[in-house]
Design a protein around this ligand. Structure first.
Ligand code: NI
Ligand code: MN
Length: 237
C-alpha cells in the first residue's frame, strides 16, 4: 500500500519530536526536544515555526524545548491541564489545557487527546512535580488525513477505540522498549489500529532503547501496512 500525505509534510526531528505542516500551512509540533536530543539534527536546534505545540506528557525528552519554542514562536501549547498550567506559570503566553476525549477545532484541523499507558512527572530543580497523565494525540488535517502520535505508551486494548473513532491513516509508535512498547507490542498495536502507514519513533536515543525498526519490519512482514522508517531530519509527504 502506497499513500502520500496529500499536501501535508511530516518531518521527524528524532526521538518523539515531529513537525507536521498541514496542507493549509499550519505548523503542528509534537513533543519538541531539540538541543540536547542526541538524535535531533543540529540544523533544527533553532527551529522557529510552530502554530500549535502538542505535548503528550511531562517527561523532559518530550517537553524539553517546549517553553523555548513557545516563547520564540507565540505558538499555542496544547497538553493536559497540569502541564498547560505549569507552562503558563513559566510565562508561556498561549496554553490550552485539556484532557482525554476532548477535541479542539482550529478551522478544519481537529486535535483530539487520547489515552496512553505511561507516566508524566515533570522534572524541575525542586524534583519531580505532578504532570497529570500521559496522553496521545490524533490530529485530523484539512484534507481529512488522520495522524496518531501515540506519545510514550505500552500497547493497550483500547487502541481499538482509537481505530473505531478516528481511523488514523498514519500512526507514530514508540518501539524502543524499556519505557514504552518494543517492536513486539508495537506490531500488536498495528493489528489493533489498522493504519495505512506506521512510522517508528522513540528508539536508539539512549542505550536502553534497544527496539529497532528492523525487528518491527520482520514482525510486520505479512501485514497490510507500510512501514516508513525515517531518518532524523527526513521529511515524509
Ligand atoms: Ni516518557
Ligand atoms: Mn520518552
Amino acid at each position: 500500500m502506497i499513500m502520500s500525505l496529500d499536501g501535508a509534510e511530516l518531518t521527524w526531528l528524532g526521538h518523539a519530536s515531529f513537525v507536521l505542516k498541514s496542507p493549509g500551512g499550519r505548523y503542528i509540533v509534537f513533543d519538541p526536544w531539540l538541543e540536547g536530543n542526541p538524535k535531533c539534527p543540529q540544523e533544527f536546534y533553532n527551529w522557529d515555526k510552530a502554530d500549535y505545540i502538542l505535548l503528550t506528557h511531562g517527561h523532559f525528552d518530550h517537553m524539553g524545548s517546549a517553553e523555548m519554542l513557545a516563547k520564540k514562536t507565540g505558538a499555542t501549547v496544547i497538553s493536559n491541564f497540569e502541564i498547560a498550567t505549569y507552562l503558563a506559570s513559566l510565562g508561556v503566553a498561549n496554553t490550552i489545557g485539556m484532557n482525554k476525549g476532548g477535541t479542539l477545532e482550529f478551522g478544519d484541523i481537529k486535535i483530539t487527546m487520547v489515552y496512553a499507558d505511561h507516566s508524566s512527572g515533570i522534572s524541575t530543580d525542586a524534583g519531580i512535580i505532578y504532570g497529570g497523565e500521559a496522553a496521545g494525540f490524533v490530529v485530523t488535517l484539512e484534507n481529512g488525513l488522520s495522524i496518531y502520535h501515540a506519545g510514550d505508551t505500552n500497547v493497550f486494548g483500547d487502541m481499538t477505540l482509537i481505530k473505531t473513532l478516528y481511523a488514523p491513516d498514519v500512526v507514530l509508535l514508540p518501539i524502543g522498549g524499556h519505557y514504552t512498547m518494543s517492536p513486539k507490542e508495537a506490531a500488536y498495536a498495528v493489528d489493533l489500529l489498522e493504519p495505512k502507514v506506521v512510522i517508528p519513533m522513540h528508539y536508539g536515543t539512549f542505550d536502553a532503547l534497544k527496539g529497532s525498526p528492523d525487528a518491527l519490519k520482520d514482525l510486520l512482514a505479512d501485514k497490510p501496512v507500510t512501514l516508513e522508517v525515517l531518518q532524523p531530519g527526513q521529511q515524509y509527504r
